[in-house]
Design a binder for this molecule. Sequence first.
Ligand code: SF4
Ligand code: SF4
Ligand code: SF4
Length: 288
Amino acid sequence: MAKNTDKDLLKDKGFLSQRQDDYFSMRLHAAGGNLTSDYLRAVADAADRYGKGYVHVTSRQGIEIPFVHLENTDAASEQMNSAGIGPGASGKKIRAVVACQGDRVCKRGLIDCQGICEKIDKLYFGKPVPYKFKIAVTGCPASCLKVQENDFGIMGFTDPVFIEENCVMCRLCEKACEMSAITIDNGSLYLDMHKCVSCGLCVKACRKDAMQVKGQGYTIFVGGKVGKRPRMGDMFFRTGNEEVVFDILEKTIDYYRENALEGERLGDVIDRCGLDQFGETIKYSRQK
Ligand code: SF4
Ligand code: SF4
Ligand code: SF4
């Protein structure tokens, strides 16, 4: 049977102990849910050879091969490494980034989620943190990747502006808006920015250039988590500049490393110290 120290070493290599003695679920590195056919073939081969011929897709778009026996862990690692697939992260590390298909594929996508995901993954995947740090990128306010449940979330946004002189009152924007933020009555169009969630669908729907882009970019959420004590992330900042997103991410990770007590997630630190203190420390003020 594997000793506890062995289990720690194995965990570092992506092998998570199972309820069955000497069997491990082999977690593999995968970011953003886009897996190449070569990746899938290598994983399928390893699952046949070292597991039970199936894989488990994790809640964070990752892949695990369950039922790898202790005796086969080195060989399975070597096979994966030779295919260019490293171990997934667990424990006190920055986890693999999750992302939707964004504007490369999804009609509603407002940002390049996969591109941002790749950059973040290269910079931060597996880096040490006080507890856990999860990052998500989602292409629009539909939030398919649930950025509000992550320590750091990036969401695409588009703010509309109404150009009255171009409007022919065709109502396409009114039909497109799922938030009832646009109403047309008595020949007048009213855009209620209190109801608007900045999805940009009205801009896409308008064929007369009467609903235009006022602003677009990235909305940043901080401090989200699920688990036994869930907490929705706080909407913190909006910017049209990708470099600012990366600057805030780096400063947020530094803040977390410097301020977290034992076992605290970023949201716990923010609850204890305050969102204003967080903003002052990283030198960005919360936008409301
Ligand atoms: S979050 Fe938006 S862009 Fe991403 S998959 Fe969902 S609808 Fe598409
Ligand atoms: S951006 Fe989206 S929510 Fe806002 S008015 Fe347009 S369609 Fe409605
Ligand atoms: S879709 Fe464009 S033209 Fe039609 S009502 Fe809306 S703003 Fe006016």
